[in-house]
Ligand binder design. Structure first.
Ligand code: ATP
Ligand code: MG
Length: 280
């Protein structure tokens, strides 16, 4: 078991963070699992909800998700309690996962005819009675009903942005969807966190994109960037996060640091924590 690190302050209420960007391959899943593991190693209790039929987050956390495994599909479509699908993540204390199986590919269509189709994840999370500090929801690369369910269930949106050309293209659509969901279904919803991923400090392009993102979003952008790192991309093939696969690597350290920044931005206790951060 990897023990908790120095222990970060835990949020006053469960923070539900929706990791979304309809662009594919920008680092949503990598960010979800590695941030979740980092927060758990910092001493928090964390649940990863895999909301992508590809099931990449489940794979990366070493969670079995063949088609017979009880999964988030059963929760969303069959009303199975979340507690019956959540599994502890091997190797990381305090980390749990609600896996996705390929069944979830059908949910996008099946949800359409169900009552409260946009709020089924929200209801499932509300009914879950285990104490949690963070719930991180890994969204698929689309803005369909699965992503809408995530946006209704959480207050915070975390957008990973890959530092490459066209990084901001398509983001407008996500931002409009966030506005729509805030207007009609979840007034607490806001973009709380932007994380720059696959950052290669040697290229001018990366720093230009970073600058553009920072001028666009300002305070929401974490100071920590996630570097492009082979160790990060290798870890999932061992069913591990980079935090257990190579704890001392730059990728691992950067996710730990990003997790620390996020913990210090607890919206429920912003002021209290700021004064403590100043004392660190
Ligand atoms: P999808 O939209 O398909 O769900 P995604 O947004 O979840 O994709 P990931 O699967 O996290 O993106 O990452 C895409 C690819 O980039 C993966 O092969 C992953 O291993 C790799 N990758 C992600 N972050 C890094 C990084 N910091 N350094 C190197 N490779 C990375
Ligand atoms: Mg993914």
């Amino acid at each position: 078991m990897h023990q908790a690190g120095e222990g970060l302050l835990r949020p006053e209420q469960t923070r539900v963070m929706v990791v979304a960007n309809q662009k594919g391959g920008v680092g949503k899943t990598t960010t979800t699992v590695n941030l979740a593991a980092s927060l758990a190693l910092h001493g928090a209790r964390v649940l990863v909800v895999d909301l992508d039929p590809q099931g990449n987050a489940s794979t990366a956390l070493g969670i079995d998700h063949h088609s017979e495994v009880p999964s988030i599909y059963d929760v969303l479509v069959e009303n199975k309690p979340l507690s019956e699908v959540v599994q502890p993540v091997p190797d990381v204390e305090g980390l749990f996962c609600a896996p996705a199986t390929i069944d979830l590919a059908g949910a996008e269509i099946e949800l359409v005819s169900l009552v409260a189709r946009e709020s089924r994840l929200q209801r499932a999370l509300e009914a879950y009675d285990q104490p949690l500090d963070y719930i991180l929801v890994d969204c698929p690369p689309s803005l369909g009903l699965l992503t809408v369910n995530a946006l209704v269930a959480g207050a915070e949106v975390l957008i990973p942005i890959q530092c490459e050309y066209y990084a901001l293209e398509g983001l407008g659509q996500l931002l409009r969807n966030v506005d729509l969901v805030r207007g009609h279904l979840n007034r607490d919803l806001h973009i709380s966190t932007i994380l720059l991923t696959m950052y290669d400090g040697r290229t001018r392009l990366a720093s230009q994109v970073a600058e553009e993102v920072r001028s666009h979003f300002g305070n929401e952008v974490l100071r920590t960037n996630i570097p492009r790192s082979v160790r990060i991309s290798e870890a999932p093939s061992y069913g591990q996060t980079v935090l257990t696969y190579d704890p001392g690597s730059s990728g691992s350290l950067s996710y730990l640091e990003a997790a620390r920044e996020i913990a210090l931005r607890d919206p429920f206790a912003q002021q209290e924590q700021q004064s403590m951060a100043e004392g660190m």
